[in-house]
Ligand binder design. Structure first.
Ligand code: PGA
Length: 230
């Protein structure tokens, strides 16, 4: 009797490989690329792969410039997005520390990005409330890097990074919508079924400040990658 074979495909792993391959290809094509990088669970698998490939000598970051999309304000240094990127990605690469940037440490982030030549590729996650980076609902299209108050739903979604709810920061600094849309290429990472509804509203509905991710429809080169069937 024929035994039925079942293959389990780890869709998150496949998604992570797709993103990591796109980043590696970008760096191979343009070694001094400027990358916009998010924090969170969505890009984590991609960072782990890039870390491994970098250790194996397959990805060269020696000329790359990396810009964190956002960061908490008034939080412990150990729970910063700079720390997240350092521990999950940067430390495993040959990226020069002077080529890593964070909006919390730079006065005029947009000017710096422009001076360096502009973002070539920016990865983005999406919040369940439709935020991209920390551009919360209501953020206008014409926004550059700015500080914001985090919504309660975003604070709740970030709770796992903190030992107690009262430590979750209320303020953050984020690239604005214009900063993001000025990136030559964008990859929106949508991981988990819980993001499906907001993704559909963002990409199929009207462009509106209530769903900041809807602004992505205005960009000519966005790739949406998810770990579920679109
Ligand atoms: P997540 O966060 O990747 O941890 O789901 C995404 C976001 O809030 O932008």
């Amino acid at each position: 009797m024929l035994q039925e074979k079942t293959t389990t495909v780890d869709k998150y792993q496949v998604l992570s490989e797709e993103i990591a391959t796109a980043v590696a290809a970008q760096l191979a094509l343009k070694p001094d690329s400027c990358l916009g990088l998010p924090t969170g669970n969505s890009p984590l698998g991609c960072y782990h792969l890039l870390a491994r490939w970098s250790q194996e000598g397959k990805v060269d970051w020696s000329q790359a410039r990396c810009f964190a999309l956002d960061d908490y304000l008034e939080s412990d240094e150990q729970i910063s997005f700079q720390h997240f990127l350092q521990t999950n990605l940067y430390q495993f690469t040959n990226l020069k520390s002077e080529n890593t940037f964070n909006p919390r440490q730079v006065d005029n982030y947009d000017h710096l990005i422009e001076q360096i030549g502009g973002l070539d590729l920016t990865l983005l996650g999406i919040g369940e409330n439709g935020h991209i980076a920390f551009n919360e609902p209501g953020t206008p299209l014409d926004s550059w890097t700015h500080s914001i108050w985090l919504t309660e739903s975003t604070r709740a979604a970030n709770q796992s990074y903190f030992s107690k709810a009262t430590s979750i920061p209320r303020k953050a600094v984020t690239m604005g919508i214009r900063t993001i849309l000025a990136s030559k290429k964008l990859i929106l990472i949508v991981s988990g079924q819980k993001k499906r509804e907001i993704m559909e509203r963002a990409l199929l509905g009207q462009v509106c400040p209530e769903i900041p991710a809807s602004y992505l429809s205005l960009h000519p080169h966005v790739t949406v990658l998810s770990d579920f069937e679109l």
